[in-house]
Design a protein around this ligand. Structure first.
Ligand SMILES: [Zn+2]
Ligand SMILES: [Zn+2]
Length: 258
């Protein structure tokens, strides 16, 4: 018996092929399966102890990229708690990066349209004004167009990682964030359909008041931690920034007062 090494909890005559990622039980090959990127035992699966993950974005091969994006964003907008319950904390990060990049693509298209319209109007105004067309104007319009196309997807992706890292460190200090940095980053990246509103004039403050609580819901669900720890992760860095600004302004006033 003992020369078999650890044996399956359900089949003592079979050697263990690994442990369940949820309950840690030694299990044989036929008692272990994959669920949301984790090896889970048959007992945990049958008793429903583990969540079955799966958001529409993970079916993008069948649904198509844009349908999958729209369904995922729709679920995030309307039922954030259920949405993040279905986000796999151990899932691959690449899919979440692609998702955030497509969120930025809508803004890029909007900006590109605006730049094209403004450029065309400028061209018409110059043509009808009788002045000579200066090629440098076209170059400026083209540069603005390129920058506004690249910036939204890039900033949503980079922002997801920066937010995720900052929040993760603070949540770790608060005793949370048990599922790893990847889980935090995935939440931050999957809130990109709300974050994109912060680039729309007049809506930027509304976006803030919307995506920060949704991020909190996400962290609470994926890390299975208290709302307080999620709130600490999100609010303490904001408070820190406020103090930095106040300090900066105090410094400027002090210097100007000299
Ligand atoms: Zn198990
Ligand atoms: Zn077994």
């Amino acid at each position: 018996m003992s020369d078999l090494g650890p044996t399956c909890a359900l089949h003592p005559d079979r050697p263990s092929q690994g442990t369940c990622a949820h309950c840690g039980t030694f299990s044989c090959g036929s008692c272990l399966g994959w669920l949301g990127g984790r090896q889970i035992c048959i007992t945990c699966k049958d008793e429903g102890r583990v969540a079955i993950y799966g958001i529409p974005w993970e079916q993008r091969d069948q649904l198509g990229l844009f349908t999958a994006w729209a369904r995922t964003a729709g679920m995030l907008y309307t039922q954030p708690v259920q949405f993040f319950r279905k986000v796999d904390p151990y899932g691959p990060i690449g899919g979440a990066v692609l998702f955030a990049a497509i969120s930025g693509l809508w803004l890029a298209l909007l900006y590109l349209t605006l730049v094209t319209v403004v450029g065309a109007l400028l061209g018409l105004a110059i043509a009808f004004g009788g002045s000579n067309w200066d090629p440098s104007i076209a170059i400026v319009v083209a540069i603005v167009g390129v920058v506004y196309t690249i910036v939204p997807p890039l900033s949503l992706v980079l922002g997801g990682f920066i937010w995720g890292l900052v929040h993760h460190v603070v949540m770790l200090l608060a005793g949370g964030a048990s599922k790893g940095l990847g889980a935090t980053a995935r939440v931050a990246l999957f809130t990109s359909p709300i974050q994109l509103f912060q680039f729309v004039p007049c809506l930027n403050y509304v976006a803030w008041a919307w995506y920060l609580p949704v991020m909190g819901i996400g962290y609470t669900q994926v890390h299975e931690q208290s709302g307080g720890k999620s709130a600490a992760g999100i609010l303490l860095p904001v408070l820190g920034c406020c103090f930095c600004y106040i300090g900066l302004y105090a410094f400027i006033f002090a210097v100007e007062g000299l």
